[in-house]
Write a protein that binds this ligand. Structure first.
Ligand SMILES: Cc1ncc(COP(=O)(O)O)c(C=O)c1O
Length: 394
């Protein structure tokens, strides 16, 4: 397959969240953005051409929602992930986080426990707590930066808290794990044993590196399971607000449909999001190939610089996602010390570890690698030099 070259783009001044709205989260606005999980590359050519044609020709009236956005996704899932699904299983949500809120609301009751594996993408906490459910969690096992599921802890959690749902990030944000089939099977067996419904957020499913293989949860189990996917991370289309809720289980589908009818009254998304996703799934593979090479190169580069300049930083292997998880606790141990080093000295806007799981993760950072090699090199050098000048963990 001939790859489509990536083209970098200056995003400052485009009203994007990542570069133009950092003041809200960091209190200042001239940092280098390595936080929000989107990319500093132009979208694939096939998407841009489709939308150009659409803008030139369309009347922007009510849309009939033809099946193509579903069919393109189904073909993609079969081609890339070996999973056959049916169009009838798919429902629309503008984004995965919104979809999680909907599914938590439709499939559990206020006061029910909902489980997550920490550290994890922090809107999972909001989707549970904002809907009046009870957040319960157990930590992934961390052996010098190598993360695995602590099944004893998970079973103890299920036994103690009797959660109605578990929300998984698979691949895992922020630790970059691509779970093995046997890990997913063990989760599935525990969920069967304790009657827990699985919500599997697979938004990062296509961002997986050689040597690893994404196993869709729906290839392990379909009963009592909902999967979530979209072209948003794969092709950087999050702003177009088009995601897939996948419900193969007829009973869950009926429950969700009743909730959607009575509460959401939503019939589909915007034409532009459906067209973009279909175009990307049909023609975006050559672009995705380049993206994966660039992200991997960026990861190796940052890791090499840190190994040389700050060997006590623990870099977790990147199996999937474009998000690098780094443990800086040998150098900085308090929130203030991390901020002073990363933000004040290095001028970087990163996701702080405690956002993903509270005080146990102070001293970790998550770095977004979906940007140019030059940006990554600059950030790595600044970080490495600043860490090298720290003598004692504060
Ligand atoms: C695991 C995970 N789920 C969901 C999202 C956001 O999805 P959306 O923008 O569709 O709500 C992200 C973005 O970083 C993510 O990492």
């Amino acid at each position: 397959m001939e790859l489509e070259p990536l083209t970098g783009v200056e995003r400052r001044g485009t009203d994007c969240l990542k570069w133009d709205a950092m003041k809200r989260s960091f209190g200042e606005e001239d940092l280098e953005a390595f936080w929000v999980a989107d990319m500093d590359f132009h979208a694939p050519l096939c998407v841009r051409e489709t939308l150009r044609h659409w803008a030139d020709t369309a009347v922007f009236g009510y849309y009939a929602h033809p099946q193509e956005w579903k069919l393109a996704f189904l073909d993609w899932m079969e081609r890339r992930h070996g999973l056959r699904m049916e169009a009838a299983w798919l429902r629309f949500a503008p984004g995965i986080v919104t979809g999680l809120y909907w599914m938590v609301s439709a499939l559990s009751e206020p006061g029910d426990a909902v489980a997550v594996l920490k550290p994890v993408y922090y809107p999972f906490f909001d989707a549970v707590q904002d809907t009046g459910r009870r957040l319960v969690s157990c930590d992934l096992r961390n052996e010098n930066g190598v993360y695995s599921i602590d099944f004893d802890a998970l079973e103890a959690l299920f036994d103690r808290e009797r959660p109605k749902l578990i929300i998984l990030s698979s691949p895992h944000n922020p630790v970059g794990r691509v779970f093995l089939r046997e890990e997913l099977e063990r989760i599935s067996a525990l969920c069967d044993c304790y009657g827990v419904t699985v919500l599997s957020d697979e938004i990062h499913q296509d961002l997986v590196f050689p040597g690893h293989r994404q196993v869709p949860m729906l290839s392990v189990r379909q009963a009592n399971t909902v999967a979530f996917a979209s072209a948003s991370k794969t092709f950087n289309l999050a702003g177009l607000q088009n995601s897939y809720l996948i419900l193969p289980d007829p009973a869950l589908r009926a429950k969700f449909d009743a909730y959607a009818r009575s509460v959401l009254a939503i019939h589909g998304g915007a034409e532009v999001g459906e067209l973009a996703a279909a175009a990307a799934y049909r023609g975006g593979e050559p672009w995705l190939g380049s993206l994966l090479l660039q992200v991997r190169e960026n990861f190796e580069l940052v890791r090499a610089v840190l190994r040389e300049k700050a060997p006590k930083a623990v870099v977790t292997e990147l199996e999937g996602t474009y998000l690098m998880w780094i443990d800086l606790r040998a150098y900085v141990r308090t929130k203030e010390a991390v901020k002073e080093l990363v933000q004040t000295r290095c001028r970087l806007a990163v996701d702080y570890g405690d956002w993903f799981g509270g005080k146990d993760y102070v001293g970790f950072i998550r770095l977004n690698l979906a940007t140019s090699r030059e940006n990554c090199l600059r950030a790595a050098n600044r970080l490495g030099d600043a860490l090298a000048s720290v003598n004692i963990a504060r």
